[in-house]
Design a protein around this ligand. Structure first.
Ligand code: NIG
Ligand code: FE
Length: 458
């Protein structure tokens, strides 16, 4: 089954990641008046429309342009998508979120606006523990109903793959409930994307989901002053076996002085690795206590946050090939200084960017909005930000051989923007400038507004 996307104003050819900081912008090639050919769920050919190989034309000598799209063989292409001069990028990947949760914490938001800090609220018994109570009180089905519209909203914002962590259950049963919620949403999402099923343009679908075990998020109240006992229970052989059986791929730890120490984190990661769970770390967010150094030492796939990263952390991560995941939406939401993105890029680390969507420190689920914040507040260029949310985010989820790039054989996860170039997309902050979202070769969201938007842009 072949699908053709034509009349693309600009195709941003992002190569597969990981791509190190100094090369991130130059690695992207921009082709104007482009076409993409998809075979089933994979990219088959891409390039200038005028270079489209003869086998994809009917009659073979026809020159393809928007006015002549009828010359394409309907027998050959089951679906022909007119990008209407819009820009095409790889599907965006949100590689750090806490999207499965119940309840909201606007009272903490108001307290912070009045001057309290995230740490003060956590120390007073609020923060993660508030959401923990709401999650423990919810059933798996309720968590699914709460998460599904959030995931659809993400997909409508161009996100085709999302990582989600547990970490609000904090008992064996409640953590497994969160991971099983994820497992169910994952198979629900996958079911809508068989390339043999004819696409339903009104079906929003779900992004691909990646799940991470984050029992070491905070110490639950019933274990106050007994952190090691809590960890022994949550990281027993039996528990880790059950965690891995839900399809979880990673183990995360909030390594911070209001949560778990470097030594505790090291012990948990070594244990989790034996069950196939690769480490990723909430590191150097509030205090510098060596978490990013630990990330390098345990061979973490990513170290995330990094607001307080030091030179030793940068060197350890670089040596281990650990991806630096920045979360500019969370610093923005908390009103604290941003991670030193330019220093991290210049040190030669591959940088990814994610939302950190969660009810406490970042109630922003729009990755495009967070990408714009990275440009404005971290002085990253739009092309660096694009690579951070595609090729490098795919590498942070160990999916760079299949996702996050415009490359032959890669999964056909593509976003058609309602802007003629990519800079315009990030410049018009907070707008919904997505024309169509294609996952596994199927249009899974149709914004349907492009004609007007492009007309006003020209
Ligand atoms: O990434 N730092 C720990 N976890 C989240 C916050 C979770 C919450 O406050 O609910 C974060 O910022
Ligand atoms: Fe987080």
């Amino acid at each position: 089954m072949y699908t053709l996307i034509h009349n693309i104003g600009q195709l941003l050819i992002v190569p597969p990641g990981p791509i190190a900081g100094p090369r991130m912008a130059e690695a992207v090639q921009i082709v104007e008046h482009a076409t993409v050919v998809i075979e089933d769920d994979k990219i088959k050919w891409f390039g200038r429309e005028s270079d489209l190989p003869p086998e994809f034309r009917n009659p073979p000598s026809a020159i393809l342009n928007s006015a002549q799209s009828s010359v394409l063989s309907p027998q050959f292409f089951s679906s022909i998508i007119d990008a209407r001069g819009g820009c095409v990028i790889p599907g965006l990947i949100d590689c750090h979120t806490h999207t499965v949760f119940a309840g909201t914490r606007e009272h903490e938001f108001a307290l912070r606006c009045a001057g309290k800090t995230y740490k003060e609220i956590a120390r007073a018994g609020g923060g993660i523990r508030n959401t923990m109570q709401a999650v423990r009180a919810a059933t798996k089905d309720q968590l699914i109903e709460l998460a599904r519209p959030r995931l659809r909203h993400m997909l409508q914002n161009g996100v085709t793959c999302v990582e989600i962590k547990s970490g609000y259950g904090l008992t064996p049963a409640d953590e497994l409930k969160m991971l099983n919620t994820l497992a169910e949403l994952r198979s629900e999402g996958a079911a809508g994307f068989s390339p043999r099923v004819s696409p339903n343009p009104n079906h929003a679908g779900l992004p691909e989901l990646v799940s991470t075990y984050l029992a070491a998020h905070t110490i639950p109240p019933e274990f106050t002053s007994r952190a090691d006992e809590y960890l022994d229970q949550m990281f027993s052989d039996d528990m880790l076996k059950q965690v891995a059986a839900t399809g979880a791929e990673f183990c995360d730890v909030f390594c911070e002085n209001i949560a778990f120490s470097v030594e505790q984190s090291r012990r948990l990661f070594e244990k989790a690795k034996r069950f196939g769970l690769r480490p990723r770390v909430h590191a150097d967010q509030i205090t510098q206590m060596g978490a990013s150094r630990l990330a390098g030492k345990v061979g973490a796939i990513s170290a995330d946050h990094l607001e307080k990263i030091d030179d030793a952390g940068l060197s350890a991560m670089k040596a281990a090939g650990t991806i630096a995941v920045l979360l500019p939406g969370s610093s923005f939401f908390l009103g604290v200084p941003q991670a030193p993105a330019r220093r991290i890029l210049d040190a030669g680390l591959p940088v990814a960017i994610a939302t950190d969507f969660n009810p406490g420190s970042c109630m922003i689920s729009s990755l495009p909005l967070v990408m714009s914040i990275a440009c404005c507040q971290r002085k990253m260029t739009p092309l660096e930000v694009l690579v951070a949310c595609t090729a490098n985010a795919a590498a942070a989820l160990n999916r760079h051989d299949r996702l996050g790039a415009v490359a032959v054989g890669h999964q056909a996860d593509l976003v058609i923007l309602a802007t003629p170039n990519f800079d315009r997309f990030l410049y018009e902050i907070g707008q919904s400038l997505i024309q169509r979202v294609i996952r596994k070769g199927i249009v899974t969201f149709d914004g349907n507004t492009t004609q007007d938007i492009l007309a006003s842009h020209n």
